[in-house]
Design a binder for this molecule. Sequence first.
Ligand code: NAP
Length: 500
Amino acid sequence: MSDPQLRTPRVAIIGAGMSGIGMGCDLRRAGIETFRIFEKWDGVGGTWHANTYPGLHCDVPSRNYQFRFAPNPNWSRVFSPGPEIRAYLERVVDDFQLRDRISLRTEVDEAVWDEDRHVWTLTTKAGEVSEWDFVITACGGLVETRTPDIPGLDDFEGARFHSAEWDHSVPLEGKRVAVIGTGSTGMQITKGLAGVAGHFELYQRTPQWILPIPNRRYTRLTKWAMRRFGDQLEPLFFAGHQKLTEGSFGVAVVQPGWQRRLLSWMCRKHLDWTVRDPELRRRFTPDDLPMCKRLIIGTGFYQLFRRPDVELVDVGIDHIEARGIVTTDGVLHEQDVIVTATGFNAHQFVRPMELVGLEGRRLSDAWGEREPYGYRSVAIPGFPNVFMLIGPHSPFGNQSLFIISETQRAFAMGWIERWRRGEIAWATPTDEAAERFNAEMKQALPNTIWTSGCSSWYIGKDGLPSVWPWQASHHREILREPEPADWLVEQPREREPAHA
Ligand code: NAP
């Protein structure tokens, strides 16, 4: 039953990935029905909808990579395969009856703030117009695929696609397959295709460190216990995994200390002990420090290169021609299929959607000259009642985005509840607060491993990593309650409609 004293906020959520689905569930759980989730793709699940490559799985433990309010007792492994995560998200959408709130194939073009009426007017690419009190951006971070600038890429006459746009109509069994890129994706595809492809070549421009954590299967007993005693066990598992992840990776990346030394030692020993051939070991040894790039997690990768049908190519790519890849030593590597596992333009965030906020301030201008920025990863000064989920400077890395998004969703819900109780008409962080936050961040960045000298998708055009430079617990602490002095808040006017 909705409380008649409360106003009814209209909330537009942009994106039906993990964060957007979570926000929809939070609103439903708070008794708010007036929301809509706009999704440009033809299905829900975000990254787990787009990525369908062989070998796809999550390298964050499943018990930590789920909504706390919707635990899944049936995860098959500690690190779940991608299709299981997608099925889980679909199930949450059904369980929370979000289906009819989601508009698929509906891309939002722009949102314009009406200063007089205190509403956002959204226009979709198809020209549909609607009005909202809040805009929650849940657009994802790794969406826009990056095509490598390799000469002749379009001349290739076989099949070619990006890892996040897998063409399942292309047969792979017995074929000559090349994968370009050795990030988490390239490594996982190698494990998925070794022994399937007739001949598999992995093109490595920069070697990567791998932390050997085995992906254990959950036993039938564990699954039964989770089904039977989930209410007691899930919070324990969740807390345990979180403590372990945040106390290890979370600390190691932001400050020097034993966690950094231990994880580095594990990566180095993994390489030493698994690759016996000194020449191959040399070729697999990175110049940079473990964790400078996002750490790859898993076992069994190096061993695949003992197979006669799996080959590492670490001579540079000169160009691509109709028959295959020509390396800088002049050798033509004939291929049937080329997969570019070359990552994403990871600094788009909310864009290309345009936001026009207070006094006509445009997001494309605010983020045009400088790296995308905001206030404490959740809001942008000048854009009232807009909250970002997994926005710039969120604590990415090897930690669960579910937890980070949960913190940001709770913060956004706090403002929505204030609006609902009639305490505010709109709120946005001040420019000064955002600048102060950004200055503090820049000061903390040199302590992090990401600035130790490597190229990675974390680094923005200002040459700095766009990542939270403190521990994730600090993220939760400073987003627990808004700092009143940091916010510009407008009180509701008498005549303001309540949409009740
Ligand atoms: P990535 O980490 O950005 O790696 C891209 C790879 O492509 C790098 O090895 C890069 O080499 C190479 N590359 C780019 N341009 C190239 C060129 N012109 N010639 C040759 N090589 C080129 O991308 P990703 O592997 O897709 O991973 C991105 C992120 O997605 C991950 O870091 C992670 O956050 C997320 N992800 C997560 C999981 C998971 O299990 N949770 C799985 C997959 C992906 P250089 O290093 O030399 O630039």
